[in-house]
Write a protein that binds this ligand. Sequence first.
Ligand SMILES: NC(=O)c1ccc[n+]([C@@H]2O[C@H](COP(=O)([O-])OP(=O)(O)OC[C@H]3O[C@@H](n4cnc5c(N)ncnc54)[C@H](OP(=O)(O)O)[C@@H]3O)[C@@H](O)[C@H]2O)c1
Length: 318
Amino acid sequence: MQELHTNALGQLYNPVRQAGSVSPAHWHVLGAGAIGCLFASALRRSGCPATLLLRAGEDQDQATIQVEREGQTTQVQLGASPVSAPGHIGHLLVTTKAQDVHDAVLSVAHRLDASSQVLLLVNGLGFDHTLRTELPAPAYFHGSTTEGAYRLQRRHIRHAGRGVTRIGQPGRDSAPDWFGQWRRAVSPSHWDPLIAETLWLKLAINCAINPLSALHRCSNGELAGPQLAPQVAALCDEVIEVSAAAGFAKVTTHLHQQVADVISATAANRSSMLQDVLAGRSTEIDYINGHLIAVARHYGISTPHNQALYDRIIKLGN
Ligand SMILES: NC(=O)c1ccc[n+]([C@@H]2O[C@H](COP(=O)([O-])OP(=O)(O)OC[C@H]3O[C@@H](n4cnc5c(N)ncnc54)[C@H](OP(=O)(O)O)[C@@H]3O)[C@@H](O)[C@H]2O)c1
């Protein structure tokens, strides 16, 4: 790795450390966008071999990631490889949008086997159901992060806000071997034995904030105003009912307050769905409100507010 410029980036970018006697996992990163570049550079800087997986046609074996933070830029060089290349992948970090996970992971299926660890660090739920059936061999893990980053240019990102990353595998209490190295690279990261609950809570909060802000093209804070706050409350009520049916009653006990807290803490922010709508990109709606609606249908619950919002986001050309 050649570091052309470094700075004190604090928590996320720890200095290079020895990983003890365990040889570091080689992470292949599928989805070289904002979060993929952020985590790939952090892994590389911490001493893990890291390789960006590039779309077919991009034939290069090296890539440079630039990370801007607080006015300073760090450059990290790491390996690159087209998805179609041969070679086993032991550790795969998936950071595409939810709607791209299935096709992206299948494009590297020939490089995965039963020893492969696949970490899906992707917003939303339900994007992996078909994938797991079609490609059952690897061990799948889920992640959720409150880190904030966006792309300035290709492989040039701004790290806009620090956050916490939680990783887990439903039903598994203890972390796998690779997690110690991961935690040193991407800090703070926590092993989360209740990752299913964590992901459901994130979905619940996103259902109430993301599509409404995208539809009204407003900042998160504007959702607390007199016009939109009743709609937020109605969405939360539906989510709470679905959560109870799906076994997540405890997770959403305080959903109204938690959503209000997120709206307040991120008042100036534009939700990721609003950013996607403004940029003319497809959104993750199918894996946020769409997933909630599918679960509601399964339990015979009607969710008119979520459905109406879903329909309107889809009509925007999602
Ligand atoms: N950005 C954040 O601050 C943030 C925070 C928390 C959670 N998240 C979540 O993290 C996930 C990633 O978000 P992001 O903001 O990093 O998205 P992004 O910047 O759009 O990056 C996604 C990347 O995936 C690539 N990709 C898609 N399909 C692919 C394929 N088949 N093969 C190879 N590469 C493929 C895209 O390539 P192209 O550019 O060529 O299409 C793009 O580089 C989302 O679920 C998001 O909700 C993001």
